[in-house]
Unconditional design. Sequence first.
Length: 627
Amino acid sequence: MKHEKETNSPILHLQHQQLLLRMEYEYEKEEFRRQTETMGVKRKVKRGLCWFPATIGRNYYNSLNQQVLEVTRSEDTDIEHSFEYGRPVCFFQQATDGSLSYYNFQATVSYADETRMIIVMPNTDAILKVQAATRLGVQLYFDETSYQTMFEALNDVIRAKGNRLSELRDTLLGTLKPGFRELYPVRFPWLNSTQETAVNRVLCTRDVAIVHGPPGTGKTTTLVEAIYETLHREPQVLVCAQSNTAVDWIAEKLVDRGLNVLRIGNPTRVNDKMLSFTYERRFEAHPLYTELWSIRKELRQLHTKTRRGTYEERESIRNRISRLRDRSTALEIQINADLFSSAHVIASTLVSSNHRILAGHRFGTLFIDEAAQALEAACWIAIRKADRIVLAGDHQQLPPTIKCIEAARGGLERTLMEIVVARKPETVSLLTTQYRMNEAIMRFSSDWFYNGQLQAAPEVRHRGILDWDTPISWIDTSEMDFKEEFVGESFGRINRQEADLLLCELEKYITRIGGQRILDERIDFGIISPYKAQVQYLRSKLRNNASLRPYRNLMSINTVDGFQGQERDVIFISLVRANEEGQIGFLNDLRRMNVAITRARMKLVILGDAATLTRHSFYKKLMESIQ
């Protein structure tokens, strides 16, 4: 099943999307059932799907009057987990014979960091069950809600008739031409010419504009400026992204620009600045909140009394409850109205834009950041609330995560941004000056992915750490007889000798620069591998490496996805694959490699088995360009 034929019927296209999304939904649901039934706890923990053993902390009512429970983990804290705001979880208990019994309720993550989670529980009963348990675990649950929200959005768009949503559908997917207003161009002396053009294109569009930002070209800077300028013309905008991390990133930049941001949902990287503009914190900080809190407290106490006393006493308590409830609702409505009317920007993930507190809200403009990583169906959730759409991202970098290969091949991984770029090129502004990389590091990516259109800004063109150093090099391991190994079902591949060699080369490079200079100038290092197993192996080797210990807080080791949007002075990449057959698995996804090779500012070192990799034209060309 290849990409669907280019069709000018938006309805047929959307029905096809529904079909593909259904395939992904069924696949993921089945996968979850299989994991729950057959995968051992240890493996779930390793893959970041589960905390075990988990320790229960205090339980309390949060500012939104939800019963929450604190859960911590003490073991395997260096394993990255996938728990974050909004994700559903379930609890289980392990018996002495190792068998698991699951509790028959679902809960939702409200906040998670490396070692601690706050979980919204369904009721007091559920809390008591969990508190009584020994050898307790918590595991990610299948995310039914997100799928239902996407299906609902696709249905709404298919059914839309004679309204703004139907016009946007036919503009983005059909033959309707996007419209532009004539506006006198605004000058931005602090932006470069392609950034300035992009902001003006956003201000002029009636329907859709796209900011295409290759690595290091200042996409976020441009987007922030476009949002800031739009707010001179509109009272409020909606800003969304696929992931919580991406929402945090853009929201933080908007706060720095002096805008009042209301963040729906909890941030992933929690610092005080981020927390202070979340809906929950703002709600708590409102002057009327103390009265609301005391009313809620009294309501909980009265509820326990309704079962006791004479008929008259019970009746009087019921009346009191009814009056307090009315007052509590009025206070909530008042607080929400105040929070929304004072915010310039409402920021949320695409799925959270469906949150009940946004019901009935409409926005002049919707900005979707990292739009090339979002499923098309997820974009429509937010588009339903807006009159104009601005998509920002880069469809030559990470695609959306799709588990069902058949659905991906059928066209599910083709994003709305890609479709509009292909069909409505007049809406696209490409940013072409990059401010991150030495020109030699940038050149291959520019030629392969962006038709050679990228230019290195003069101030970074020749940046480097050492004189007479080559900015980019490939250490070919084919003569060294290294072999990849397969560890754990779909947990990934590992090449231990290549990892050991990488750390050895890293030590040599640090010696060349000089340890003291690295500490004084805070030169930072990133180590990237596409495979999780290799990442974890490298992390454990680094932890036990005495000579690299002084620089450990200047080093991060992660998968390609973990480095999205980030940069480091020096990047080492371990490609892992080494086999007779020339099999390279998901190194075939060249967009991932584009992300990996464009993270380095001054020095990029790639380790890989050329004999295996250069059978693919991309790696062959990359190696030739480095040599």
